[in-house]
Ligand binder design. Structure first.
Ligand SMILES: Cc1cc2nc3c(=O)[nH]c(=O)nc-3n(C[C@H](O)[C@H](O)[C@H](O)COP(=O)(O)OP(=O)(O)OC[C@H]3O[C@@H](n4cnc5c(N)ncnc54)[C@H](O)[C@@H]3O)c2cc1C
Length: 346
């Protein structure tokens, strides 16, 4: 029997980022990954947008998250000898009223970091007419399918990955056993599947299903991510991810005609180029009722932890909060910010 300090349950974005943190700190662990349970991370478009367009505000903690995020994905690209982090500007068609707001905000030093320009004409091909166009910088995307598949291979080669659907016994013991491994502590990074984990019934999860299309559109510029009610994100070879939808009642993980039609309708209001649909995916976001991450130790079981709740913006949040969580697990810090501590639900 091999003995390690931690089991990390789930090799989505949360579990993967945490595993890299523990590895770099020489803390022993095994990643436990289910081949039967779905992974939101591989469905996600992986978009990074430091702004919230509705009222043109900054995304939560954007100023702190952005530099840490950029540095971390670059480091991991080097570690895995590949590219999966792409900086790309976002082009947002604006109404007359929005244009006033964008021009006003652009003057503020606080927003100048993220708003590059407000343009009278679209610099991108085949975009529907609009009053003006806002251009966002510091944005981009992470190809999560590539990143997570490389990370899986990396951990597998180091013998740190177990293909097991972890089942929790009714009782929590002083240790956890899976395959040939025994661990003192466990961190659940189960994504929205945490809602089925009996130990975490007290947490108010509010999972949100989402659907995404991949289209082939050779007439559409690949230089920008387009975003107005729907994102059109270039992923190379004239392919674009287009999405997404939000659905709270049907968490079936199945693609639907309704989802597809809703994306198509918004897409056709945004672009004039011809396209064909090549792929259609559905996944469930691990969203929490107050839309904040879910970190920390179980209120009764001091060897049970959660790193979850990455919600709709996992790509931006994961690097910062994986580091915070690792500091906490390592005992470098004894408390977590109240707004992300899972004990806020106790
Ligand atoms: C349609 C859609 C679009 C999105 N677009 C974006 C976007 O553009 N930008 C962005 O930042 N975020 C986006 N997201 C959100 C992003 O996907 C999530 O924030 C992030 O991927 C969550 O990662 P996670 O590791 O918590 O969960 P997951 O990726 O779901 O991973 C959980 C893992 O745990 C495993 N697991 C669960 N239970 C067990 C068990 N008992 N034993 C073993 N393994 C287990 C599962 O198999 C899975 O591999 C989107 C999500 C969806 C669904």
């Amino acid at each position: 029997m091999k003995e390690v300090e931690f089991l990390i349950v789930g090799q989505g974005l949360a579990g993967t980022m945490l595993a890299f943190e523990l590895l770099e700190r020489n803390i022993s662990f095994r990643l436990v990954s289910s081949t039967q349970k779905s992974k939101a991370s591989v469905v996600a478009a992986g978009m990074i947008n430091p702004l919230v367009f509705k009222r043109l505000t900054k995304s939560w903690m954007a100023d702190q998250l952005m530099p840490v995020m950029r540095k971390r994905y670059r480091e991991l690209e080097q570690k895995l000898s590949s590219s999966f982090f792409y900086e790309k500007k976002i082009l947002k068609p604006l109404s007359e009223q929005e244009t006033l707001l964008w021009n006003e905000k652009m003057e503020k030093p606080d927003f100048a970091t993220y708003i590059e320009a407000v343009l009278p004409d679209s610099p991108s091909d085949a975009v529907a007419e609009s009053y003006a166009f806002g251009m966002v910088k510091e944005s981009g995307y992470v190809n999560l399918a590539v990143f997570l598949s490389l990370a899986e291979q990396y951990f597998r080669e180091k013998d740190l990955l177990l293909d097991v659907d972890f089942q929790l016994n009714e009782e929590v013991h002083t240790y956890f056993e899976v395959a040939d491994t025994k661990a003192q502590k466990i961190v659940f990074c189960e994504g929205y599947h945490l809602a089925q984990n009996t130990l975490f019934r007290f947490v108010k999860m509010n999972p949100a299903k989402g659907e995404v299309l991949q289209i082939y559109a050779p007439g559409l510029s690949e230089e920008f991510i387009l975003n107005k009610r729907v994102f059109v994100l270039p992923v190379g070879n004239h392919r674009f991810k287009v999405g997404s939808t939000y659905e709270w009642d049907d968490l079936s993980e199945k693609t639907t005609e309704k989802g597809r039609d809703s994306i198509v309708e918004r897409l056709e209001n945004l672009v004039t180029a011809k396209y064909s649909i090549e792929e259609h995916w559905a996944g469930v976001r691990p969203t929490v009722s107050d839309r904040r991450p879910l970190l920390g130790v179980h209120p009764q079981h001091k060897n049970v932890f959660s790193f979850n709740g990455l919600g709709t913006k996992g790509v931006m949040l994961a690097p910062w909060f994986a580091r915070l969580m690792a500091d906490y697990l390592q005992g470098k810090s004894n408390t977590l910010p109240a707004e992300v501590d899972l004990n806020r639900f106790v």
